[in-house]
Design a protein around this ligand. Structure first.
Ligand code: TXA
Ligand code: MG
Length: 312
């Protein structure tokens, strides 16, 4: 049975002890809830893939408390320095060459020569990392292919009975997964996310490459159908058809609205929760208003395209 833990001294101690035993603990970050495992323990990391039904070739992000610790696992560069000092802790993941002899389970990286690593900003995540004292591998805490969780209830709905505990820290502020930037060759946006591309380019002083899905599979997790709600999804809807419910954006009449004011930060924070809610309403088809493709809109549109993609 899955234990729900409060983020107090006792909750952190139990969560850290559970991780130390090789069991799984879901915990909040500012982006989405993560499904945490001791990143140095093969059994623990194997349980993550099992609990999510995640293919073993799709590597995990390692969460650490500081840049100093990150440097012990990844081979550092000037660009990594610039991005880490501008945006860590925060919704940014860096992909860097892994240090040989890192001690991390090879399952974490799916045997790739690179490591995805980030410092989360959420106070509960930081307390957990400090209490546990070791790196935590954590994908989003949802069954593979489903919508990422932005509150403890979402985690429970998807993974209850399959994981040891959930540390309940309330709602996630950002609501979209971290932005992933690859730095092992030229800087490349591998996944748009909670930190806008514009901010990254400003920090690096110029445009960076953007991974296109026609490129060879750099991020194995970039499978097209993902984030799928139960109902089919129709994008850029400016009208409403028979049997459809509208996920609105801006001043439109909608079943649920991501942001009546047309604010992309608010829309990002609401996106997964609203998709979960529309799932519960058992919509026949979910129509979605057009969303501008800049700032956080890039990541929102990426997730919506995956939600709308043909299902395997
Ligand atoms: O905000 C987030 O990033 C959340 C929280 C919990 O930190 N985590 C998250 O993890 O979204 P996940 O597993 O759902 O997505 C991680 C993505 C996957 O698409 C995976 O393929 C990619 O990161 N990834 C991991 N390691 C990689 C690597 N070495 N090279 C390229 N992509 C990598
Ligand atoms: Mg995920």
């Amino acid at each position: 049975e899955t234990q729900i833990l409060k983020p107090d001294m006792d909750g952190y101690a139990r969560a850290a002890a559970t991780l130390a035993k090789g069991q799984l603990v879901a915990f909040p970050t500012e982006t989405v809830y993560g499904l945490g495992a001791d990143a140095r323990n093969d059994m623990a990391v194997a349980r993550v893939f099992e609990a999510k039904g995640r293919p073993r070739f799709n590597p995990l992000i390692v969460h650490v408390p500081s840049v100093a610790v990150a440097k012990t696992y990844a081979v550092w560069t000037d660009e990594a320095d610039r991005l880490a000092s501008a945006f860590w802790p925060g919704p940014l993941t860096l992909v860097l060459p892994i240090r040989p002899g890192s001690g991390l389970s090879p399952l974490v990286t799916a045997d790739l020569p690179t490591l995805a690593i980030r410092i989360p900003e959420h106070a509960v995540a930081r307390h957990l990392l400090d209490t546990f004292g070791s790196p935590v591998a954590a994908p989003s805490a949802n069954p593979s292919g489903k919508i990422s969780p932005t509150c403890a209830t979402h985690v429970e709905a998807g993974l209850s009975g399959r994981i040891a505990a959930i540390l309940d820290g309330g709602d996630c502020d950002v609501g979209l997964e971290s932005t992933i930037v690859g730095l092992s060759e030229g800087p490349t946006l591998l996944r748009p996310g909670g930190l806008p591309l514009e901010a990254i380019e400003a920090a690096l002083g110029g445009p960076i490459d953007v991974y296109q899905s026609s490129d060879p599979l750099t991020a194995p997790g970039q499978m097209t159908s993902h984030y799928a709600p139960g109902a089919p999804v129709r994008l850029n809807a400016t009208d409403l058809r028979e049997g459809e419910m509208l996920l609105g954006f801006g001043p439109v009449e909608a079943t649920v609205n991501l942001s009546p004011a047309g604010d992309l930060t608010e829309a990002a924070a609401n996106l997964f929760g609203h998709l979960h809610a529309m799932d519960a309403l058992a919509a026949q088809t979910i129509a979605v208003s057009p969303i501008p493709n800049h700032g956080l809109g890039r990541a929102i549109n990426d997730r919506l395209r995956r939600a709308a993609a043909p299902r395997p």
